[in-house]
Design a protein around this ligand. Structure first.
Ligand code: ADP
Ligand code: MG
Length: 563
């Protein structure tokens, strides 16, 4: 309420730092990332040593050389046994890497959401962000970070096997390299087959989430107008779109895998035939042939793995780009003047403002003097809340000027302005925390001051009814509080903020008349603070305490004398 989280100034710098690609997230999780690479390399080095031992032990067994057998056996056994715990360690590191990178992705997303300009955040709707941080973040975890561990494993295994082949019998490469070329070419060609359906699936999923959120938000209306059937039908259609695309992707992926496996089987068989001929001709030993066949299939296997994981990895890039697009502020703000506090007056001069296709203000004028108390009234939809939104810098006027003393409001730095702006809005957010923290909004406040604010806001009764008083925990956006109690918390927040401008948007709507008037009187007694109170109720007892009453109607703002 009192401090809105938005800072146009920092959105400038944040957009500069955060233009990144998905691969940079890997570098942000650099510790497990490099640990994983190093561990995979160690595994390959051990595998190379084991291959050499296998070759020698095999040849020794064939020639009946027991001395070599006995000499080589112990170290061979130790290495082979060591592989098992090492693989467990690798699984652990892989999981750690996935967890870390996924956490970084989500944390970074949330941080940037709070860097959005308020107007841009509101115009794009909340469901898109929820979809990003749930569905899309999970897709990225499954299809990018997890698959990335397969890429690291495959690449190191490929080079490990290549090293074995080169050192044992490099001529084998003459047959193997062209076959690899064929496999890589088919991989490249088929990779694109999955990209389009993946993109389509992501957009269906977003639509599905959006619809789910909207239809559940409208729960009461759906029930009371018996719209369940219609909602469920639309829901099923959206769900089916997602499932169908998922099925199409699976089908294509299975086909691609089968084809790649066939090609690799053919390559191994081909090498085996040539190898057997070479053994018969006496050019290579059986041990060499044995190790080479293993190495060739270990060379092809990683390539196949890559052919399975690269398409999903490539296909999620657009999802990440879309997430980035959601986070980007279209209007990048210039560095602004810090707000020194209100000296004389706030003025609106010929202010016009339209929402898309909805004209609201047309050449409206008003003046609010420092320390003045103003009541703003007018028919529903006339633009009262919009005036407050303009003063809160959610939007800029289309024409005309809003001045704070001698400065234009849109040239004033938002952070420092919000520090002196107290906001009491209709939608009151209650944190899952103590009543105390909900009032102080986690700032340090003296007990004395807190007490006086609680009394002024009429919260004493609520606190007395609570077993733990101020330390009682509120949950679920204050579900157990009445609208009036929530409004009082908001008013207490507003009173605590050391503000010089207080904007109230129908704060008393959910209070009984008596309480409303009491609180209103308290507020109007505050000196040194300029108060703009939008209200549809005017009490005879309080109306004379205002310096002026303004009427908003037909796009204009009239003062009492003009009405
Ligand atoms: P009041 O507070 O006087 O009831 P508002 O200032 O909230 O009225 O709204 C003025 C007009 O602008 C209304 O017609 C309302 O429907 C429309 N409006 C308000 N907010 C938006 C918005 N975010 N997008 C489009 N139209 C809006
Ligand atoms: Mg309103």
């Amino acid at each position: 309420m009192s401090r809105i989280i938005d800072n146009n100034q920092s959105s400038l710098s944040s957009d500069k730092i955060t233009k990144i690609t998905l691969s940079k997230i890997l570098l942000l999780a650099w510790q497990p990332f490099f640990l994983l690479i190093i561990s995979e390399i160690i595994l390959q080095l051990v595998s190379i040593m084991i291959s050499f031992y296998i070759k020698e032990i095999f040849d020794a067994a064939v020639t009946g050389n027991t001395d070599i057998l006995i000499a080589k056996a112990p170290l061979f056994i130790i290495l082979v046994c060591g592989i098992f715990p090492f693989n467990t360690w690798l699984s652990y590191i892989r999981a750690m890497f996935v967890k870390k990178s996924s956490t970084i992705l989500k944390q970074r997303y949330l941080k940037r959401v709070f860097n959005k300009n308020i107007n841009e955040f509101q115009s794009s709707g909340i469901a898109g962000y929820i979809n990003d941080i749930t569905n899309n973040a999970n897709t990225l975890e499954e299809r990018y970070f997890q698959q990335m561990t397969v890429v690291i494993m495959s690449v190191t295994a490929f080079f490990g096997s290549l090293a074995i082949i080169i050192s044992i019998n490099w001529q084998t490469l003459i047959f193997v390299v062209p076959c690899l070329g064929i496999i890589l070419f088919s991989m490249y060609k088929t990779g694109n087959l999955l990209k389009k359906p993946e993109q389509k699936k992501a957009s269906y999923l977003e639509e599905y989430t959006r619809y789910a959120k909207e239809s559940l938000s409208a729960f009461r209306i759906v029930k009371s107008f018996q719209l369940e059937k219609r909602i469920i039908r639309d829901f099923n259609q959206r769900s089916k779109n997602v499932q169908d695309k998922g099925y199409e992707i699976e089908k294509r992926a299975t086909y691609l895998q089968a084809m790649n496996q066939f090609i690799s089987g053919a390559v191994v068989l081909f090498c085996l035939l040539i190898g057997v001929r070479a053994v018969t001709a006496g050019t290579v030993s059986i041990g060499v042939l044995f190790v080479l066949i293993i190495a060739v299939s270990n060379l092809i296997h990683p390539i196949l793995m890559l052919s399975e994981v690269l398409p999903p990895i490539r296909s999620v890039e657009p999802i990440f780009e879309k997430m980035e697009q959601h986070l980007k502020n279209q209007q990048v703000q210039k560095i602004k003047k810090p707000y020194p506090g209100l000296e004389q007056q706030i003025s609106l001069t010929n202010v016009s403002f339209d929402y898309p296709d909805i004209p609201v203000l047309k050449n409206a004028n008003a003046k609010f003097k420092k320390g003045g108390k103003y009541l703003i009234i007018g028919p529903s939809g006339s633009g009262k809340s919009t005036i407050l939104r303009l003063l809160r810098k959610y939007f800029n006027p289309d024409h005309g000027q809003i001045m704070i003393d001698d400065s234009q409001l849109n040239e004033i730095d938002t952070d420092s302005y919000y520090q002196k702006l107290s906001n009491i809005e209709q939608n009151i957010f209650i944190f899952d925390d103590t009543i105390r923290n909900n009032i102080t909004l986690f700032q340090n406040v003296s007990e004395e001051k807190l007490k006086s604010v609680i009394t002024a806001a009429g919260l004493d009764n609520l606190l007395n009814s609570r077993t733990n008083g101020l330390d009682d925990i509120l949950i679920n956006n204050g579900a157990e509080l009445s609208g009036g109690e929530k409004a009082r918390i908001a008013i207490a927040r507003g009173l605590l903020a050391e503000a010089d401008i207080m904007l109230l948007d129908e704060p008393f709507a959910s209070l009984d008349d008596e309480t409303a008037q009491k609180i209103e009187q308290k507020l109007l007694q505050l000196s040194n603070i300029t108060i703009l109170n939008v209200s549809h109720v005017v009490f005879n007892t309080t109306k004379n305490l205002y310096d002026d009453i303004l009427l908003v109607k037909n796009g204009q703002i009239y003062t009492k004398s003009e009405k």
